[in-house]
Design a protein around this ligand. Structure first.
Ligand code: 5AD
Ligand code: SF4
Length: 442
């Protein structure tokens, strides 16, 4: 028997990439690969890249440059680039870094075994097509490893919204939803392997409209189907667009016990002038009214968001409108970014806000979000939470899990294992996590 080859995947960016990296590992297991945590003993290194941040492609090129020595020592080492930078840059990657053997876009991961074989034959392998076949179906048929208690499941990919700052519609392509039966099969399979919580993934997940037995289903209908799976205890979904928060999805937050009270609903800005320029097709006010309806359905829901500061032509007044919106919503968590021009997107051509102005705004915004996040966390102290334990913590006898609100919660000296769902009394609130004491298992 030949020794297994080692695969090292470095994953950047969103949960979609984390999910894709797992699928790539499974796809290559048929070629005799096992995953390794160390790039030094790898036979293949794959960078699963993200294109959403500033200078993403340049960072990938400099990261690749660092593999030169390794490749000189091990000529058989194969180096590949996957993900959105691979899609955006394509052949250019091999031109600029000739030691790269393989470039594969997010829609072609099911073709990895074939592409890997070509690299072993000494060829360069490039695939950045948007093929017609269903990559998830091809990938699903491959062997699978045992699972922890939580898993991601991609239900939708791509986006048709074309926000003026965003590369996703170009790198991930048009919005495509997977059929309901395939998602249910994958979910049942995950549950059989020990998964108790599934997070449904999509760049624009609430635009989901996959084929069901009697026509297309909405995300809410899909969630109700998943609700019927015994052993699946928790359902989450991310990331949503305000314009696709349909009535049935809002209602599900009030009535589906398995749907967790957490919603990531990016607004990006609180200024209508900027929202218009961003091509967001919602206003600050329509967003606030939407939040009111969601809270009416599920009063304790924890809200999370994404914000961009320093978008072209953003004035101090526009920024203040964003701060006012944040004050009005009171977020439990949020991500915030300085605008960074992405070549090929409309906003990249417009007059840019000075770097120091954007940095200053980002700092003020993050300070406000941190205050809100801490207030929401502190308010948990003395209350009960349901925690799904996921893994051992950094300290002896410590276990860490997530509450229904997605807060990290740690307990010590409790007789709990990964996969246990327990009622926990929250006893303390730290910078990024809560401390608790297990009251009751199950
Ligand atoms: N500059 C800064 N932030 C961006 N995002 C997307 N594109 C850009 C960009 N060009 C942010 C948005 C989005 C999140 C995933 O990343 O807030 O919701
Ligand atoms: Fe990008 Fe999200 Fe806008 Fe789609 S909705 S273009 S993924 S920011």
């Amino acid at each position: 028997m030949t020794a297994p080859k080692k695969l090292f995947i470095k994953t950047y960016g969103c949960q979609m990439n984390v999910y894709d990296s797992e699928r790539m590992t499974e796809a290559l297991s048929g070629q005799g690969y096992v995953a390794t945590d160390s790039q030094d003993d790898a036979d293949m290194i794959l960078l699963n890249t993200c294109h959403i941040r500033e200078k993403a492609a340049e960072k990938v090129y400099s990261e690749l440059g660092r593999f030169k020595g390794l490749k000189a020592e091990k000529p058989d080492l194969k180096i590949g680039v996957a993900g959105c930078v691979a899609q955006a840059e394509g052949e250019e990657i091999m031109r600029r870094q000739p030691m790269v053997d393989l470039v594969v876009g997010p829609q072609s991961y099911h073709r990895l075994p074939e592409l890997e074989a070509r690299t072993r034959a000494g060829e360069k392998a490039l695939d950045t097509d948007f093929p017609a076949e269903d990559k998830f179906e091809v990938l699903r048929k491959r062997p699978k490893a045992a699972r922890g208690p939580t898993a991601f499941l991609t239900v939708q990919e791509g986006c048709d919204k074309f926000c003026a700052f965003c590369v996703v519609p170009y790198t991930r392509g048009a919005e495509v939803s997977r059929p309901v039966d395939r998602i249910l099969t994958e979910a049942r399979d995950l549950v059989e392997r020990g998964v108790r919580e599934i997070t449904l993934l999509g760049q624009n997940v609430n635009a989901y409209h996959g084929a069901g037995p009697d026509g297309d289903m909405t995300l809410a209908q899909l969630i109700w189907e998943l609700d019927g799976i015994d052993g699946l205890e928790r359902i989450r979904f991310t990331t949503s667009h305000p314009n696709d928060m349909t009535d049935d999805l809002i209602a599900a937050h009030g009535s589906c016990a398995k749907l967790m009270p957490y919603l990531h609903l990016p607004v990006q800005s609180g200024s209508d002038r900027i929202l218009k320029r961003m091509n967001r097709s919602h206003s600050a006010d329509s967003y606030l009214r939407l939040i009111e309806r969601i809270r009416a359905a599920r009063p304790d829901i924890l809200l999370s968001g994404d914000f961009i500061v320093g978008f072209p032509e953003e004035t101090e007044q526009d920024f203040q409108a964003t701060m006012d919106l944040i004050e009005a919503v009171h977020y439990g968590q949020a991500y915030s970014f300085k605008y960074s021009p992405r070549p090929g997107t409309p906003a990249a051509e417009r007059p840019q806000v000075a770097e120091d102005v954007a940095s200053d705004r980002l700092q003020r915004l993050q300070a406000l979000i941190t205050r809100q996040q801490r207030a929401v966390q502190d308010a948990m102290v003395g209350r009960h939470a349901h925690v799904l334990f996921e893994r051992a913590g950094r300290f002896d006898d410590q276990m860490v899990g997530k509450s229904e609100y997605l807060h990290a919660v740690h307990v010590t000296d409790a007789d709990v294992r990964a996969g246990d769902l327990c009622r926990v009394l929250i006893t303390g609130s730290g910078a990024n996590s809560l401390a608790g004491r297990v009251i009751r298992a199950g």
